[in-house]
Design a protein around this ligand. Structure first.
Ligand code: SAM
Length: 272
């Protein structure tokens, strides 16, 4: 049975056995953990994954690919659904090691959904557009450094593993690709355990980071003006706060942990 690639579903099937092996080798489930694949398509990665992890589970939206996989791998657990509507909590009977050659049109939402539920995951090995991969690991004061970099580096340890040529896919995508591994080491998540108190803080950090980078050319006092005015209605207090926090800098100059400190400072100082 043939599955004709659908552009609308980001279907670019891997054809290179060496790359397939390198991706599967990068998956390192924790003892007792489970492996889940996003977007198995016609099973390029699935075959080798199943050889190593017999209880592999996959999430695929395309019913044609699902029919194909059911035919070829009758024992495979297939969740026929949109990965963005997946109830990760319900699937996480043990820490999930997630892997996938992602559908590129939804790379960022997939990344954010995993980061948001990071307590359920031990690692993620994802193939994505090279430029997105570069953003995940970008350092402050570089053009690639932004919202994705800060959130990914705060809540995981991202590693750029290797680049992948567009010639190893059918059909060829227009962009180059790369494989990244995010490791979630919950025991040493200092920013969560000691610097942040609750999930509410994580929401606030996200808001501050997004607001700061939405106007990345402005100084932080200007870019964050709406938040600062709400927290410090008095102009003089606001100016003092901005000076003390070094808000004449721009968003791209702050490290991820400095964003955490800034968020705490903004909200801790709030006069109720
Ligand atoms: N793993 C295969 C490979 O490497 O050859 C296919 C990878 S292809 C780049 C992306 C896969 O994700 C396709 O099988 C596509 O149908 C699936 N997909 C696209 N959107 C999806 C969604 N919202 N939820 C789940 N799977 C999706």
């Amino acid at each position: 049975m043939q599955v004709k690639p659908k552009k609308s579903l980001g279907q670019h099937f891997l054809t290179d056995t060496n790359i397939i092996r390198k991706i599967v080798d990068a998956v390192e489930p924790v003892p007792g953990g489970k492996v889940m694949e996003i977007g198995p398509g016609t099973g390029a990665l699935t075959r080798l994954l199943m050889e190593r992890y017999a209880d592999l589970e996959v999430i695929e939206i395309d019913s044609r690919a699902v029919d194909y996989l059911r035919d070829v791998y009758p024992d495979l657990t297939i969740h026929e659904q949109d990965v963005l509507k997946t109830d990760w909590q319900g699937l996480a009977t043990s820490p999930i090691s997630v892997v996938g050659n992602l559908p590129y049109y939804i790379t960022s939402p997939i990344l954010f959904s995993v980061l948001d539920r990071r307590e359920l995951f031990s690692s993620a090995v994802f193939m994505m557009q090279k430029e997105v991969a570069e953003r995940l690991v970008a350092k402050p004061r570089t053009k690639d450094y932004g919202i994705l970099s800060v959130q990914t580096q705060l809540w995981s340890k991202p590693e750029y593993l290797f680049s992948v040529s567009r010639h190893v896919f059918t059909p060829k995508p227009n962009v180059e690709s790369a494989v990244v591994r995010l490791t979630f080491d919950h025991s040493t998540e200092p920013q969560e355990n000691t610097r942040l108190d609750t999930q509410v803080d994580a929401g606030k950090i996200k808001m501050v980071v997004r607001t700061a980078f939405n106007q990345r050319r402005k100084t932080l006092s200007n870019a964050l003006k709406s938040i600062l005015v709400e927290r410090f209605p008095d102009a003089e207090t606001r100016a003092d706060f901005a000076a003390a926090q070094g808000l004449s800098r721009r968003a791209e100059e702050l490290t991820p942990l400095e964003f955490v400190d800034l968020t705490r400072a903004i909200y801790d100082l709030r006069v109720e």
